[in-house]
Design a protein around this ligand. Structure first.
Ligand code: SF4
Length: 117
């Protein structure tokens, strides 16, 4: 099996090719540094994504609070995490870094405010 990827770790955007054999061993080419092979292998074995979105906020001068997360969540849980966050409404005041959703969906990752409002 061969899979083409673009490394998103830095602006070089290397074109990666990951080859996997039936035994689960992988080889990566096209990377200009070791971080590319780690990225490709993680994408193959357990892809993860950062959550960056907004949640509704009451009592602030704008209606949406930008949020981010303390680490990436499994890609297959991202949609469920976003659906949960879209249903949330928080109340002002919120400080940057405040936890908006602790251990979201049991992923061990907290969703936190990306700014104060
Ligand atoms: S492989 Fe290394 S140099 Fe290339 S995009 Fe990824 S991090 Fe950057």
């Amino acid at each position: 099996m061969e899979k083409k990827l673009i490394c998103v770790i830095c602006p070089q955007s290397c074109d990666l090719v990951l080859s996997a054999d039936g035994a689960g061993d992988v080889a990566v080419s096209g990377n200009r540094c070791p971080r590319g092979s780690v990225y490709a292998e993680n994408e193959y074995r357990a892809p993860k994504r950062m959550i960056t979105t907004t949640v509704r906020i009451e009592g602030a001068r704008i209606a949406l609070l930008p949020v981010t997360c303390t680490g990436p969540v499994p890609k297959e849980r991202l949609r469920d995490c976003l659906d949960l966050l879209y249903k949330l409404t928080v109340k002002s005041p919120i400080k940057m870094g405040d936890v908006i959703a602790q251990d979201i969906l049991g992923t061990g990752i907290d969703v936190i405010a990306a700014r104060s409002l």
